[in-house]
Design a protein around this ligand. Structure first.
Ligand code: SF4
Ligand code: SF4
Length: 90
């Protein structure tokens, strides 16, 4: 999978949410589907000049937003994943 441009990274209690403005079309599907209502509109603009989204501290890193985004504009990294990657590195 290829992402375009630098991501906006939001640290949350359970991990981090990376939003790629170059892919986000501002459809709002992720906001609608987030079970914790942890996403809101951002001041940063996406590929069509519409707002992107940002994650708040309420995020539980469930990955729902990543799964429903039709444009692969969100990547969710859980804290436990970061630890596993760090310990498994060379
Ligand atoms: S991140 Fe994806 S689902 Fe969320 S507003 Fe952007 S394009 Fe839509
Ligand atoms: S990972 Fe889950 S809780 Fe966090 S913003 Fe996405 S849908 Fe909401």
């Amino acid at each position: 999978m290829q992402h375009f441009g630098e991501p906006l990274i939001y640290e949350t209690g359970k991990g981090r949410v990376c939003v790629f403005p170059g892919l986000c079309k501002g459809c709002g599907l992720c906001i609608e589907k987030c079970p914790k209502k942890a996403l809101r509109w951002s001041k940063y603009l996406g590929v069509y000049g519409t707002p992107t989204v940002e994650a708040t501290e309420d995020c539980i890193a469930c990955g729902m937003c990543q799964n429903v985004c039709p444009d692969c504009a969100i990547l969710v990294i859980r804290d436990e994943g970061k630890k596993a990657a760090a310990s498994g590195g060379s």
